[in-house]
Design a protein around this ligand. Structure first.
Ligand code: HEM
Length: 384
């Protein structure tokens, strides 16, 4: 009986972690998927222990977090690992996505792996947003108020939906409670979807930096890539420790150490750094509903990339113009991130609008046009 249950499980581990045929030429940028799993595990484990001591009530939440840091054994470690872990998770995921963009991992046959990835990204964003509300500091309250209020832009039913989301007529105890509940639930859904992500990937096999058929030259995952991932993990832990032990509050907002106060609005309400580029897009559209639509499209557009691209050549190593465009997109996102943290005044408003325009031009005009141009150049055997 035990054998009956054991075999299939062992087979899964054997086929996907030991014998899994891995392209021989993948380099360190292929470590980031594994590191994303590590981040997810760190967030879930530290989160469960934090929840033991945290109280999701508007009168107690702020002080329960202080209590965790000051009184609970190693509570400071749990809290700082979790808070910084969210930031590090986004660093890892953004590098993982950039690798996908640079080496064309999103092009068929890994397009479904990519689409599932975009879905995971949305879930991670929702989880991080709700998590930031839990310490019940000033930015928690006002950030939640600003972002949930965006839904009121939906014609006719917008205001009703906002009231329903809040569980009342402002961000208050009911909101904190439901955010806590969903913040606890979502990571487990992310785990499930991450396995779907892996199932799609392992069905077709991993890509490689050359972007050519990865069946050409493969070796087993163990020991080669398990050891390589383990080495990457050591470097990752060093990087992570730097923040947790030496700069625990560098990435947070100082105002979030002031308890939430519904009658005092902070001077600048800024989201966490990883939302800043999207926040800049939202604010660049001088129309509430337009801004909401723009921010949604700016993320969802990634899911359509395999179809917008319209080309079979994957890696930018064989697409010199695409390689340049990649760095242009990289700069666009950095500038948007910078604008997202600035106040809504000149010249930031105009720069933000210009760069937002370029962001959409990149995906809707440059990318489809480049695919066609490259096909034309290849057909006419032109060296470019
Ligand atoms: C919890 C979040 C995620 C986890 C745990 C995860 C995990 C992984 C792992 C372990 C791999 C194989 C190793 C590697 O290529 O790095 C992988 C590959 C991949 N991931 Fe993710 N991933 C996540 C999010 C995303 C997101 C947000 C995207 C894109 C929007 C994405 C797109 C891809 C693609 C296209 C591949 C195939 C790369 C190739 O083989 O060339 N992933 N992922």
């Amino acid at each position: 009986m035990v054998q009956f249950f054991k075999r299939p499980l062992l087979d899964i581990v054997h086929n996907h972690l030991i014998e899994y045929p891995t392209p021989v030429n993948i380099h360190y940028f292929w470590n980031f998927g594994f590191l994303a799993f590590i981040c997810l595990a760190v967030q879930i484990i530290t989160g469960i222990f934090l929840a033991i001591h945290y109280t999701p009530h508007v009168d107690l939440a702020f002080y329960s977090v202080e209590h965790i840091i000051r009184d609970v054994n190693y509570g400071w470690l749990l809290r700082y690992a979790h808070a910084n872990g969210a930031s590090i998770f986004f660093i890892i995921i953004y590098i993982h996505i950039s690798r996908g963009l640079y080496y064309g991992s999103y092009v068929a046959p890994r397009h479904f792996t990519w689409v599932v990835g975009v879905f995971i990204l949305l879930l991670i964003m929702a989880t991080a947003f709700m998590g930031y509300v839990l310490p019940w500091g000033q930015i928690s309250l006002w950030g939640a108020t600003v972002i949930t209020n965006l839904v009121s832009a939906v014609p006719l039913v917008g205001n009703s939906i906002v009231t329903w989301l809040w569980g009342g007529f402002s961000v208050d105890n009911a909101t904190l409670n439901r955010f806590f509940s969903f913040h606890y639930l979502f990571p487990f859904i992310i785990v499930a979807i991450a396995f779907v992500h892996m199932a799609f990937l392992h069905q077709k096999g991993s890509g490689n930096p050359l972007g050519i058929d990865s069946a050409v030259d493969k070796i087993s995952m163990y020991p080669y890539f398990i050891i390589k991932d383990a080495f990457g993990l050591v470097l990752f832990l060093l990087f992570f420790s730097l923040f947790v032990y030496f700069l625990p509050n560098l990435l947070g907002h100082p105002d979030n150490y002031i308890e939430a106060n519904p009658i005092v609005t902070p001077n600048h309400i800024v989201p966490e750094w990883y939302f800043l580029p999207f926040y800049a897009i939202l604010r660049s559209i001088p129309h509430k509903l337009g801004g909401v639509i723009a921010i949604i499209i700016s993320i969802l557009i990634l899911a359509f990339l395999p179809w917008i691209t319209n080309i079979n050549v994957r890696s930018s190593l064989f697409r010199p113009l695409y390689k340049k465009l990649f760095w242009i997109l990289f700069s666009i996102v950095l500038i948007l991130g910078w604008i997202g943290g600035k106040p809504v005044e000149m010249p930031y408003v105009v720069i933000g609008q210009l760069i937002t325009f370029l962001y959409f031009v990149y995906f809707l005009i440059f990318i489809p046009f480049l695919g066609r141009l490259e096909k034309f150049l290849v057909n006419y055997k032109t060296v470019y």
